[in-house]
Design a binder for this molecule. Structure first.
Ligand SMILES: Cc1ncc(C[n+]2csc(CCO)c2C)c(N)n1
Length: 212
């Protein structure tokens, strides 16, 4: 069987991909041993990129070439704006982080890098560029979350961050993003490959930054 375009990009970006999937953050999150301050640092930074992520989803809706894709992307934007947002707020409360602590910390370099990359992809007007960044952000998370061993850790701050990225709806969404990238990527291979590579590099740096 021949390799799909998205599989080819993932292969081309080894070992960076596996370094994220097997990252210390993922290991400690999945076994529940992660320090509260590491989880807090990670979630504060992750919450920062939600705004640019929604710009990226909006750009995907604007640049998609079919109604079916726009409808699918629209549902995902609704989900990210709803349920996931309450996870962050509940987690911030559980970790006893007040607004001053959340707002006081500056953007870490990979957070700023991600915001810039997502805004650049959104402004490019290229569906392939947007899909490449979306694909890394979502597929990488499904990849590590689906390898979590049962039973998941009892703390909701840990297990919900895993199940948010490993559930039937999310699987379908990642499969959709990959099939879209497989469909339009080969026609814009250089752009897709450049954005994919920049995104995976930042994912690894983003996880490292939680321990910095
Ligand atoms: C650094 C970083 N990269 C990717 C994701 C994954 N992610 C971001 S928004 C979104 C959509 C709704 O779940 C998903 C899966 C993340 N959270 N943080």
């Amino acid at each position: 069987m021949s390799e799909t375009f998205s599989e080819m990009l993932r292969c081309e970006n080894q070992p960076a991909w596996s370094a994220s999937v097997q990252h210390r953050f993922v290991r400690e999150l999945c076994d529940g041993s992660i320090a509260n301050r590491v989880m807090a640092r990670y979630l504060i930074q992750d919450h920062r990129f939600l705004d640019s992520f929604l710009m990226l989803l909006g750009a995907a809706m604007a640049t998609a070439d079919t109604l079916q894709a726009r409808l699918r992307l629209g549902r995902s934007a609704g989900f990210v704006s709803g349920e996931e947002n309450t996870y962050f707020l509940r987690a911030f409360t559980a970790l006893e982080l007040d607004e001053a602590e959340r707002d006081g910390a500056p953007d870490a370099a990979p957070t700023a890098g991600f915001k810039h990359l997502m805004q650049e992809a959104a402004a490019s007007g290229s569906y392939a560029a947007v899909l490449a960044v979306l694909c890394v952000a979502e597929w990488l998370y499904l990849d590590w979350a689906s390898q979590a061993v049962q039973p998941l850790p009892p703390n909701f701050v840990h297990h919900e961050w895993i199940t948010l990225h490993d559930n039937p709806d999310f699987r379908v969404f990642v499969a959709f993003l990959r099939s879209e990238l497989d469909r339009v990527g080969p026609r814009a291979a250089n752009v897709a490959s450049e954005f994919f590579c920049r995104a995976i590099t930042l994912e690894k740096e983003f996880l490292d930054a939680a321990y910095a």
